[in-house]
Write a protein that binds this ligand. Structure first.
Ligand code: ADP
Ligand code: MG
Length: 889
């Protein structure tokens, strides 16, 4: 199979036939066996996303300025002859590095795993049959189908192009879409951007359809060659991480200031050597900064992302987790998101009477029953044939189940209706009678879809679409007696019928046809109107409850649909949205409004009907202008701008195009509105839980600083060794901090309004309170220290050290909720083991040979009990009182 020629041939300079021959393929594609063989030979069609090497992530942990200061401190200790100290500080630095590494590495892995869940697929022809396969299984020689919204899954030499336009900006940087043409044969030196007969991996189809033979896969593709383009965009720090880093810096500065004072007093008042004073001050500064916070935040966001994925909400960027928590309006599609999308034509109206269909969903079992006396079977037959002609060439009765998720449900419903009328046995016959010539896919601007067929020696188009639009384009109407010119009375009758069906929540579709005079004749104008189809698409289970739940959380739900106003209103009512005439806005009304006028009414509107994707963008902008945090759903290529503009763009995992998924922050694996609400809940929970470790860690840092500073002020000996501080910050405090991040949701979390835009995790008031807690801890530490001085300095330091370490029990309890009494909170199963672990760590330091390293001495059981109990009890008591008198946000 000439492997070398496969890799080097200038494919764009060969004709389609030459390419197919060279690749040993045909327009019917490869056989499954051959494809399997080639897969073995060429390997999977994937580009290994360039990962950051673990060693690199590890090394990065040590670039932190604070850590460098710590290393410097260790070096100074060494010079002072305090070799033990120097080694201990270095060991702690190492532990810190490992912890930061573990968190970051796990977060990175988690995101990668999540991305895999949404592994791309490709439509391929093998052995003459169209199939959907994982894109990774494509091989050279495969014939691939692409259409609007698809990501091109490998390098293709096009063999067919139908209005095909491709966005190649990912390769060339050129943002205007490129028109493709399979018929061209180009000179070998044609530049990349001009290779009109090729489509390259990683580019996206923005219009039309095409077919191509795979000429290169995986690393041999153009994209594979340009490694730079393959690197996953570096994950930007989330706003939250930025805030935390900023906070760390600020706290760091304050502590540096305090350290300066301590340094000066140590040097001047106590007359110690310059280096000793320096060492003490630097170690204090570094030890008192909450180094662990950013790592804990990243870790919690990653855990959150994984939990969301379990609920079918796939987060594409960590930042989305926190953004979700602040969303207060969801703009959702109707069809398939709020509704099941398993459409069935329930009623058919023609001038020859009305029919009702039996059956369920996309199942073809069922039949048409006349429900009006004048019902005439001749028109029914005609509609059945047209419906099949219009849809059957891509749909197969046998494969209906698997198609249900890939094909337009509207088209499937039309197909199924056709089968019910004509009978499953005659589908092939109808297809023969109406040979397909071309297809104009549905789009939301025309709101129509048409197919052109060879029929009885002439050309005929069949059109379905939004009923008013088709009606407007109709010149004639089909009656049992034959075609006639359409009259104003007909128009009125049909319009009434449309309103009647729509107001009951049916999705209404018109069907019409036209005998074309020739190739150039407009297939969508001058139509003969045939009938109306009323399609049921019931709301999904659980959506009503989810809307209700969102409302309790202070999150508005707004429905944005291309469908008829009355249909939209009826469905909106079914899911519990309040709608009256003044909460509904139609596309044409939007067109007449300025952006300012729109912004003035967005507060009230809960249903937008007959809108186009451009309107969606305007709606997002207007809502944002009014201070809303917007989640907006979408699936098509045209939705991309609105998805990008929204605070959280939400793409449909099943129905959505690759383009929509790529620009979104959240992908719904089940396309379900209720999943958005779940994700918002999760986002809130995670954000709220980040506050708990912060409160816990900061109050400890402030306790340490107050102790050292207070002891200095009181003229006491130096109260804590640097290693003591580092030990607490990095080891004993870590487990409870993580456990606090996993607290179950507090009462009321899902019934109060979302946090306002720009809300911060740490406010001045909170900092004040954490300081108060710190001062309480310091009071105990200093008091107990002073009292035990008579038993020796080492003993007294052990007491102070242990007091601060064991205050974690009280700090943890007080940090579990900002507003609710400890006794109202649900059980957190992570907390007891975490507290026990850190107690254990402290006991190891006190009662094993390690004690000599830390220069501590064993404490008696009574003293230990007092130290463990008193400070914590005081902290909890004070906090319970605080919650009664001072609830801050
Ligand atoms: P929705 O918000 O419900 O997804 P769409 O923009 O998809 O609305 O559809 C708007 C209208 O266009 C529908 O009410 C229907 O009449 C018509 N329509 C939708 N999809 C198709 C299709 N595939 N073929 C023909 N007509 C369609
Ligand atoms: Mg739709």
């Amino acid at each position: 199979m000439g492997q070398t020629s496969v890799e080097t041939a200038p494919w764009h300079s060969l004709s389609v036939d030459e390419v197919l021959e060279k690749l040993g393929s045909s327009l019917r594609g490869l056989s499954e066996e051959e494809a399997e063989r080639r897969l073995q030979a060429y390997g999977p069609n994937i580009l290994e996303a360039k990962r950051r090497h673990p060693a690199l992530i590890f090394a990065r942990q040590f670039t932190n300025a604070l850590i460098l200061i710590l290393v410097a401190a260790s070096v100074i200790s060494g010079f002072l002859g305090e070799l033990l100290d120097a080694a201990l500080i270095l060991a702690v630095v190492f532990v810190m590095g490992v912890m930061g590494f573990v968190q970051e590495y796990r977060a990175e892995r988690a995101l990668q795993e999540l991305r895999k869940l949404a592994s791309p697929t490709a439509k391929v022809i093998r052995g003459g049959v169209t199939k959907v396969v994982e894109a990774s299984r494509l091989v050279p020689g495969d014939i691939v189908l692409v259409e609007e919204g698809d990501r091109v899954p490998a390098d293709l030499r096009l063999v067919l192009s139908d209005n095909l336009e491709v966005d190649e900006s990912s390769l060339t940087g050129e943002s205007a879409p490129v028109q493709k043409d399979h018929e061209q044969v180009l000179p070998p030196e044609t530049p990349l951007g001009d290779r009109a007969n090729m489509a390259f991996m990683g580019t996206t189809v923005v219009r039309g359809r095409g077919r191509g033979v795979v000429v290169a896969t995986g690393p041999r593709t153009l994209l594979g060659g340009i490694t730079r383009a393959v690197e996953e965009a570096e994950e930007q720090p989330t706003p939250l991480e930025v805030e935390l880093e900023d906070l760390g810096r600020k706290v760091g500065f304050v502590i540096l200031g305090i350290s300066g004072v301590v340094f000066a007093t140590t040097l001047l008042v106590e007359k110690t050597s310059l280096l000793t004073a320096l060492l003490v001050a630097i170690a204090l500064a570094v030890a008192a900064v909450p180094e662990g916070l950013p790592a804990i935040a990243t870790g919690l966001l990653a855990i959150g992302a994984r939990k969301m994925a379990e609920k079918k909400a796939l987060v594409r960027r960590l930042a989305a987790v926190e953004a979700l928590g602040s969303v207060n309006v969801i703009c959702t599609d109707k069809t398939g998101t709020v509704t099941r999308g398993e459409m069935m034509v329930k009623y058919l109206w023609t001038t020859g009477g009305e029919f009702e269909f039996t059956g369920e969903g996309f199942r073809v079992e069922g039949e048409a029953r006349p429900i009006t006396r004048d019902a005439d079977d001749r028109l029914l037959e005609k509609v059945g044939e047209l419906a099949l002609a219009h849809t059957a060439y891509t749909i197969d009765v046998a494969g209906l189940e698997s198609l249900a998720t890939r094909k337009s449900p509207t088209e499937l419903a039309v197909f199924v209706m056709g089968v019910k009328v004509v009978g499953p046995g005659r589908v092939g016959e109808v297809k023969e009678k109406y040979r397909l010539v071309s297809e104009n896919p549905f789009d939301r601007f025309r709101k129509m879809r048409s197919t052109v067929h060879e029929h009885n020696g002439g050309l005929v188009s069949v059109v379905t679409g939004a009923p008013e639009v088709v009606l407007k384009n109709s010149a004639g109407i089909l009656r049992p007696s034959g075609e006639e010119a359409i009259t104003p009375l007909d128009v009125e009758t049909v319009m009434k019928r449309i309103e009647y069906y729509s107001s009951q929540g049916f999705r209404v579709l018109s069907i019409a046809y036209k005998r074309l005079s020739g190739e150039g004749d407009d297939p969508e104008n001058g139509l003969v109107f045939v009938g109306l189809m009323a399609i049921i698409d019931p709301p999904r289970e659980g959506v009503r409850e989810a809307v209700e739940e969102a409302k309790r959380m202070g999150v508005r739900t707004v429905m944005v649909t291309g469908d008829h106003k009355l249909t939209a209103m009826a469905v909106a009512r079914m899911i519990g949205l309040e709608v009256g005439e003044d909460n509904v806005l139609e596309g044409w009304q939007l067109d007449r409004m300025s952006d300012e006028e729109l912004a003035r009414v967005v507060d009230k509107v809960s249903v937008y009907a007959r809108v186009t994707p451009e309107h969606k963008l305007r709606i997002v902008r207007a809502l944002k202008k009014r201070g809303y945090r917007v989640a907006m759903t979408g699936d098509g290529v045209n939705d991309a701008p609105a998805l990008k503009e929204a605070d959280v763009g939400v793409a449909m995992g099943v129905r959505g195009t690759d383009v929509a998924k790529e620009v979104s922050q959240l992908v719904l694996l089940d396309d379900n509105y209720a999943t958005i609400v779940e994700a918002i809940k999760m986002g809130r929970w995670i954000y709220e839980n980040l506050k708990k470790p912060i409160s816990y860690l900061l109050s400890c840092n402030l306790g340490e600083v107050s102790s050292v500073f207070g002891a200095e002020l009181l003229g006491l000996p130096y109260i804590l060794e640097p290693v003591h501080l580092l030990w607490i910050n990095v080891t004993t405090d870590a487990f409870p901090a993580l456990a606090l991040g996993l607290e179950p949701p507090e009462p009321g979390l899902y019934t109060r309004p979302p946090r306002p835009r720009g809300a911060r995790l740490v406010t001045g008031k909170k900092l004040l309170y954490y300081t108060l807690t710190g001062v309480v801890i310091a009071a105990f530490a200093i008091g107990l220290f002073a009292q035990s001085l008579s038993k020796g300095l080492e003993y007294a330091r052990t007491v102070a050290f242990t007091t601060i370490a064991l205050s974690e029990f009280g700090r943890a309890m007080a940090s579990r909720s900002e507003r609710h009494s400890l006794f109202r909170l649900a059980w957190n199963k992570w907390l007891p083991p975490a507290l026990l672990a850190s107690l254990g760590l402290q006991l190891i330091v006190l009662y094993t040979p390690l004690s000599s390293l830390f220069r501590v001495v064993p404490l008696g059981p009574v003293e230990l009990a007092v130290i463990a109990f008193l400070p914590s009890a005081a902290i909890i008591l004070i906090d319970e009182v605080r919650k009664k008198v001072w609830v801050y946000d």
